[in-house]
Design a protein around this ligand. Structure first.
Ligand code: SF4
Length: 87
């Protein structure tokens, strides 16, 4: 199985003509405007004392205050296990 080739085939091009930097800036602005909760700090599974994930997912990308929303290959960074820690 050739994962990079499969990814190229099935991963939508989310950047498009807008460009990577503009897309990330727009995401950040909209996330702030709408109080989007999507990072570990907003998740019920985070260990608040350490910032680690109690489900043991690697979460370094979702821990910064203002994380990138695309990885180096322009693939969106998100966690499918995210559960909002609502009151
Ligand atoms: S489940 Fe995902 S969003 Fe929640 S703490 Fe773990 S890595 Fe972060």
């Amino acid at each position: 199985m050739n994962l990079p080739r499969l990814r190229a085939r099935y991963q939508p091009n989310v950047v498009g003509a807008e460009g990577r930097d503009a897309l990330m800036a727009r995401f950040r602005a909209e996330a702030k405007r709408w109080s989007l909760q999507w990072r570990c700090v907003d998740c019920v599974y985070v260990v608040t004392s350490t910032g680690d994930c109690s489900l043991k997912w690697p979460n370094a990308w979702l821990r910064p205050d203002d994380p990138d929303v695309l990885d180096a290959a322009d693939v969106p960074i998100f966690c499918k296990a995210f559960e909002p820690a609502c009151d």
